[in-house]
Design a protein around this ligand. Structure first.
Ligand SMILES: [Zn+2]
Length: 305
């Protein structure tokens, strides 16, 4: 594995403050990549110790949605969890792929939340590529999430891999812009349509006085700052809400309100490759949101002996 050494050395040469162990996408619990990943984690720990690398190690755990099942997924990966423990990572970055997709995304979401709760018992967990589900994962124990400031809202590792294989001519579309009530980024062309609708626009204007100028024009410009500041404010609200039941209530109420706004945005124009629509299957039916915390249940799956 000569490139394993190369990867870590590359981190060090560029002044990294932590090192990311090489990682592989484990799409299914029976994937042979699980053993490869476990082997690489153990070799990474050995290399870090041999070279006296005194930096925190981050483990990216890149799993397909089938791996998250509490019976047919996580427990079948027991050798992987043993290797993860051997790596002694300071933090894990959980990239859970395609949870938002399929005919029953609520079921996938419940399984993701159970996995987050289990992993958070042993590790500091950051969600990767989760602008859509990052906030809800924080209720179940994740300490943060990453979303490429609008370019990695939803984790789909296969699509991402295919994109990286093609010659890149930059990002295919503008960054999506975080709208608090909807709890995700909204495609900018759809926001531009909303600008002409006074009532809809009034719902979208940034509510934070330390963020955007009044009127909402900042949402249509370079909205990176808005997306960071507004997402941080929302996390502050969640953090200030101590009991998990109240956090769930907060997100449920927000989702109910956001669903109306999202439907109004979708009604502005049919979805097309230029003006993408908002997929609302995870926000609907709202009654499922009210019981999500009960669906996740009180008992985490034991991943570590
Ligand atoms: Zn703002």
């Amino acid at each position: 594995m000569p490139d394993r050494t190369y990867v870590l050395d590359g981190h060090l040469e560029h002044g990294a403050t932590s090192v990311i162990a090489p990682y592989f996408h484990i799409e299914r619990p029976d994937s042979r990549w699980a053993d490869v990943q476990g082997d690489v984690w153990r070799r990474t720990r050995a290399y870090v110790e041999r070279e006296a690398i005194n930096l925190p190690v981050i483990a990216v755990v890149a799993l397909g949605w089938r791996c998250l099942h509490p019976l047919q997924g996580l427990p079948k990966l027991s050798r992987l969890w043993d290797s993860l423990a051997a790596l002694d990572a300071a933090e894990i970055a959980l990239a859970a792929s395609k949870v938002h997709m399929g005919a029953r995304p609520h079921d996938r979401l419940v399984e993701l939340l159970m996995a987050v709760r289990s992993l958070s018992g042993d590790y500091k967990v950051t969600m990767w590529q989760q602008g859509l589900l990052g906030e809800i994962c924080i209720i179940e124990g994740a300490t943060g999430y990453e979303c490429g400031i609008g370019w990695r809202e939803k984790c789909d590792l296969q699509t991402r891999k295919a994109q990286q294989r093609r010659p890149s001519d930059g990002h295919p579309s503008a960054r999506s812009v975080y709208i608090r009530e909807i709890g995700r980024g909204v495609p900018k062309p759809r926001l531009e349509l909303a600008r002409a609708k006074r009532r809809t626009w009034a719902e979208l204007v940034c509510p934070y006085p330390d963020c955007c100028a009044p009127g909402g024009e900042d949402l249509l410009g370079d909205a990176r700052r808005h997306s960071v500041v507004a997402r941080a404010h929302e996390l502050e609200t969640l953090n200030a809400t101590r009991a998990s039941q109240w956090r769930w209530n907060h997100l449920t109420q927000r989702t109910l309100w956001g669903l109306e706004i999202a439907e109004a945005l979708n009604a502005l124009a049919p979805a097309s490759s230029h003006i993408r629509g908002l997929t609302l299957s995870l926000s609907r039916p709202s009654t499922r949101w009210r019981t999500l915390d009960a669906d996740v249940g009180p008992s985490p799956v034991a991943l570590r002996n």
